[in-house]
Design a protein around this ligand. Structure first.
Ligand code: UTP
Length: 239
C-alpha cells in the first residue's frame, strides 16, 4: 500500500540547514521504498516563514492595509516546492528512484507514483498547509494513514510552552483534535500548529488515520511509517 509522509519544514529547512542530516533523512527514506510508492510532502520551514514575513511587509503602508493572505500562501507554496526539490536531489544522490520533477498537484503526484518509488512534493493551492496536501494525497492514492513528522512528539492537550499541565495524548479522535486546535479553518499564511485545520477536516471525513510524531527521531518515524507501535499520537475517526 502507498505510504504518505508529511515532513515539517522545521525538520528539513531549519534556520541552519545540515547537509549531513539531509543525507541521513534521504538514506532512511530510500530504505522505506518497496512495491508501493512513497509520497513525501515537504513543509516550508524557515525559508517559507522568512519569505512570507518579507512579503507581508508589502502591506505595511497604512495606505494599503488589507493583507491578501492567499497571495502570502502562494509565497509559502514556492518555499515548500524549493525544499521538495532539494530533498529530491538528495534522494537522487543516494541512488533512489525518485521523481525529479516536483508535482504541483496531488493528481500529478499520483501519476508520478506509478513510475517512481518516491515522489516528493510541496504545496498545491492557497488556504492550507502541506498537512492538507498529505491528506488529499492519502485519499487519492488509497493510503491507510498519513504520518505527520513535525517538531513536536505528538498532540498535546494544550500548548506545553504556556501550560505546565499539558500532556501528550497518545490516542484521540478527530473530534477531540478539532477542539484542541480550535476548529478546522485556515487563518493566515505561515501559521503554525501541530496539524492544520483543513487537513483534519478532510482526514476525518475520509476516515484516514493520522500518526503524529517527532520528525527528528528517524527510528521512531520508521515505526510510524511501517504501521508499527510508535511514540506519538494516533488520531482516528470516533466510533
Ligand atoms: P507549511 O505550513 O506546510 O510548512 O507551509 P511548515 O510550517 O514548514 O510545515 P510544519 O508546520 O513544520 O509541518 C508553509 C506555508 O505555505 C503555504 C501556507 O501559507 C503555509 O503556512 N501553503 C503551503 C499553502 O498555502 N498551500 C499549501 O498547499 C502548502
Amino acid at each position: 500500500m502507498p505510504t504518505v509522509l508529511t515532513l515539517g519544514g522545521s525538520i528539513l529547512a531549519p534556520a541552519d540547514p545540515d547537509p549531513a542530516h539531509l543525507r541521513s533523512v534521504a538514506g532512511r527514506l530510500a530504505s522505506w521504498t518497496g512495491d508501493a510508492p512513497l509520497f513525501v510532502v515537504v513543509g516550508g520551514g524557515v525559508p517559507a516563514r522568512d519569505a512570507i514575513g518579507l512579503a507581508r511587509q508589502a502591506w505595511a503602508d497604512p495606505a494599503h492595509p488589507h493583507v491578501d493572505e492567499s497571495l502570502l500562501d502562494r509565497v509559502g507554496i514556492q518555499a515548500t516546492r524549493l525544499n521538495a526539490q532539494v530533498l529530491a536531489t538528495y534522494l537522487h544522490a543516494v541512488g533512489t528512484d525518485c521523481a525529479l520533477r516536483v508535482p504541483t498537484s496531488t493528481a500529478e503526484a499520483a501519476e508520478l507514483g506509478i513510475e517512481h518509488a518516491v515522489v516528493v512534493m510541496g504545496g498545491t493551492d492557497p488556504g492550507h498547509s502541506t498537512d492538507q496536501v498529505g491528506a488529499e494525497l492519502a485519499q487519492r492514492v488509497g493510503a491507510p494513514r498519513v504520518v505527520v513528522a513535525t517538531n513536536v512528539d505528538g498532540v498535546y492537550s494544550a500548548d506545553p510552552r504556556s501550560d505546565p499541565e499539558a500532556h501528550r495524548i497518545d490516542e484521540l479522535t478527530y473530534d477531540q483534535l478539532k477542539v484542541i486546535i480550535g476548529g478546522t479553518d485556515w487563518h493566515q499564511a505561515g501559521q503554525t500548529g501541530v496539524i492544520d485545520g483543513p487537513a483534519v477536516a478532510l482526514l476525518s471525513e475520509a476516515g484516514i488515520e493520522a500518526r503524529v510524531c517527532d520528525g527528528k527521531d528517524l527510528d521512531n518515524l520508521e515505526k510510524a511509517v511501517r504501521g508499527e507501535p510508535f511514540s506519538g499520537s494516533t488520531v482516528r475517526e470516533g466510533a
